[in-house]
Write a protein of this length. Structure first.
Lengths: 392, 313
């Protein structure tokens, strides 16, 4: 197998993956910092390298609506957005999952207005976290590329048929150039195949999609999505195994870094996981037993894996790059606390909100947080979320 | 435009894509219109419907009245959903995975004039090959007769009641055709359910376009317009005969009145037949009646003027 290596930004890497996935329809609306994805796909179209349809729609609402319509014909469909764009799509996110359309969407995570910020945090995806989509976060550009290909395979499984978001951090990944190993076109095509969809808009076998349900059957529709999410949880590992065969790469639901013998763990999502890992490596050289858990699959939530990794730890820091205003803790901290409570596990936990609106999260910041964990007696960890680095 | 015109009822197919047994109201103008449109369309049509009367009344799970592939996604996005279907089928056909089919999107006046105008404008501008039908019953009927951008001046609705200081709606009915035509699409037309042959041939013509087409269909609603359900077609006909709703088409920018009304019936006949407008005939609303009449006359003159202005094109 010939391995092609290219220097690509996160956005470009995603466009390359889309080109290789035999995608039939891309409908998207430009928004910083997602623009490079649509610009690159447009370039592929202009050069005859992409034979799907690219629809430059007039809004994100229409982008996702166009994708839903397209997907229901049985076509393979992709879109990408960020921030306000995802917020504008919110209504249709639920329609896409309810109609069981296996759309793959790249979300370049960016802060939500107001105040206006084009920089990174996870408020956009977290604001739509209950929309019924599988939600994957990536740490680097290679992972962004790989996860697009992986996601089509996962989404299109008959026992799943759910849309997937691949989340990458604004600028830190979207515009950062890294070396990316591309999989051969033919290998990707063979890996994905063209799974036949039983239910689609086909005059030879007509179905009605998007019916009105009454209180005596609406609940059952929603429950089918619950079942599909459970199936996705199981299918995830199978698809990873298959993907590792063509790529030699495997990421897992959780990225575990020096977790086995660690006393203290940091749970974190997205590109800052890389920063945290580097800090942990430096601290390990000093003999400090710290480790990092990168939460890569956020929905369905990797409950079992989280419990396993928590076993026997002295203290954990849970890092959220979004705020749940007025809530006891932000999203990831709430999920981890809930998983622990339901399983009679009580690892002392500190919840942090960090990096809002693109505030940098440095190696020193990661180190500071580990030191807070280690210096304090775990029984005295503050119960309230710490807004790390805010100038109060 | 090459299409096969319909001349007699005998030429219509006997099988319909909208089956009986749906839950639309008796005397509903929309149902009559949709049946006529689908009878004129090829059998392999794919239908998109915006949220509204037509949607909620034809697909009460586990039942469906649609014999053709049908989809509803939301209120404001029928044109965007249709865009996606059209474009995806185009790609599938090119790649040898599938086949293109005609696509018709139905939206009410709320879903077209108001909340769906952006998606419609985008789809028309992008040039997708599909027919968009606005079934205009001149208010949000599904939610209980609230005013829309398509509600005419002086009309009673539950959000524009007439009272001591107001005569009903105080704004003009939006010129939807003007907006659509401004996109420079190959074909746009108005139609009335009372003139079935005119409507059906417009559908045939619209679907023969290699690009977007639009039909603005007047569909009287006995619940919202306040008249006897047996009178639906008569009211629709009066709308044409009084020049309230001129029937015309715009083919590649050229306007043509398809049902000329040289000697219009008095507009009062249209007004007095409906509870939503009848108050305009009371002495205290004399000014409002004059405004209503003037708007009807102005619109008809506008269509005549456009016909004249584009005749040499």
């Amino acid at each position: 197998m010939m391995v092609q290596k290219l220097a690509l930004s996160g956005d470009e890497a995603i466009a390359y993956a889309v080109k290789q996935c035999d995608v039939d329809l891309v409908a998207a609306y430009p928004i910083t910092p997602q623009t490079i994805i649509v610009e690159k796909i447009s370039e592929f179209v202009a050069n005859g390298e992409f034979d799907g349809e690219f629809i430059p729609v007039e809004s994100e609402h229409s982008a996702l609506s166009t994708c839903v319509g397209g997907s229901l014909t049985g076509a393979r469909v992709f879109t990408a957005t960020a921030s306000q764009g995802l917020a504008l799509m919110h209504e249709i996110l639920y329609a896409a999952s309810g109609l069981r359309t296996p759309i793959v969407m790249a979300i370049v995570n960016r802060a939500l207005n107001s105040p206006l910020s084009i920089h990174n945090d996870h408020a956009d995806m977290m604001g739509s976290r209950d929309c019924g989509w599988i939600q994957i976060y990536v740490e680097n550009v290679q992972e962004a590329y790989d996860r697009i290909i992986f996601s089509f395979k996962l989404a299109e499984r008959e026992d799943v048929l759910l849309p997937v978001t691949v989340n990458l951090d604004a600028f830190f990944l979207s515009h950062n150039v890294e070396s990316v190993e591309l999989i051969e076109d033919g290998v990707v095509k063979k890996f994905l195949g063209r799974p036949k969809r039983k239910y689609r808009l086909d005059p030879d076998e007509p179905y009605s999609f998007g019916a009105m349900a009454y209180p005596w059957n609406c609940f059952e529709f929603k429950y089918q999505q619950v079942v599909a999410m459970r199936n996705a949880y199981k299918a995830f590992d199978e698809v990873e195994d298959e993907f590792s065969k063509i790529s030699g790469r495997k990421y897992g639901k959780l990225g575990k870094y020096w977790t086995d013998d660690a006393d203290y763990l940091m749970f974190i999502m997205g590109s800052s996981a890389g920063t945290a890992k580097y800090a942990a490596r430096l601290m390990r050289q000093e003999g400090l037993k710290v480790g990092v858990v990168s939460v890569k699959l956020y929905r369905p939530f990797p409950e079992k894996e989280i419990l396993e990794v928590l076993e026997g730890k002295k203290g954990i820091a849970v890092m959220d790059r979004s705020i749940s205003f007025g809530a006891p803790t932000p999203p990831l901290a709430s999920d981890i606390r809930s998983v622990m409570f339901a399983n009679d596990m009580k690892v002392p936990m500190m919840s942090f909100v960090y990096g809002m609106g693109g505030r940098d999260f440095s190696v020193q910041d990661a180190r500071n947080i580990f030191e807070m964990l280690m210096k304090k007696d775990p029984s005295e960890y503050p119960k309230e979320t710490i807004y790390y680095g805010v100038k109060a | 435009m090459s299409y096969k015109p319909i001349r007699t009822l005998f030429e219509l197919p006997t099988e319909e894509n909208l089956a009986p047994g749906h839950r639309m109201c008796s005397g509903c103008g929309v149902t009559v219109g949709v049946r006529q449109i689908l009878l004129a369309a090829p059998k392999d049509v794919i239908v998109v419907t915006a949220t509204g009367c037509l949607e909620v009344s034809t697909v009460a799970y586990p039942y469906t009245a649609w014999r053709c592939p049908w989809v509803h996604v939301a209120f404001e996005n029928a044109a965007a959903v249709a865009s996606g279907i059209e474009a995806a089928l185009k790609a599938l056909e090119r790649k040898g995975y599938g086949k293109r089919h005609p696509v018709i999107a139905f939206g009410g006046d709320g879903g077209t004039y108001d909340i769906g105008i952006q998606a419609l404008s985008g789809a028309l501008e992008r040039g997708h090959r599909f027919l968009y039908v606005c079934y205009d019953n001149e208010a949000y009927m599904n939610t209980g007769i609230q005013r829309s951008g398509g509600t005419p001046y002086g009309t009673w609705t539950t959000t524009t009641p007439f009272g001591k200081v107001r005569p009903g709606k105080t704004e003009v009915k939006k010129n939807l055709m003007g907006i659509v035509v401004a996109h420079g699409i190959p074909y746009a037309a108005t139609a009335s359910i009372s003139h079935w042959k005119d409507l059906m041939n417009k559908v045939r013509k619209a679907l023969s376009c290699d690009g977007p087409s639009f039909i603005h269909l007047l569909t009287p609603c006995n619940r919202g317009w306040r008249f006897d359900p047996a009178q639906t077609i008569r009211i629709a006909k009066l709308a044409v005969e009084t020049r309230y709703f001129p029937l015309y088409e715009v083919e590649n920018g050229v306007y043509r009145i398809t049902v000329p009304v040289p000697r219009p019936k008095p507009i009062e006949e249209f007004i007095k037949a409906q509870g939503r407008l009848r108050h305009l005939l009371r002495p205290e609303y004399a000014d409002a009646l004059a405004t209503f009449k003037k708007q009807v006359e102005d619109y008809y003159s506008y269509v005549e003027m456009m016909t004249k202005a584009t005749s040499s094109k």
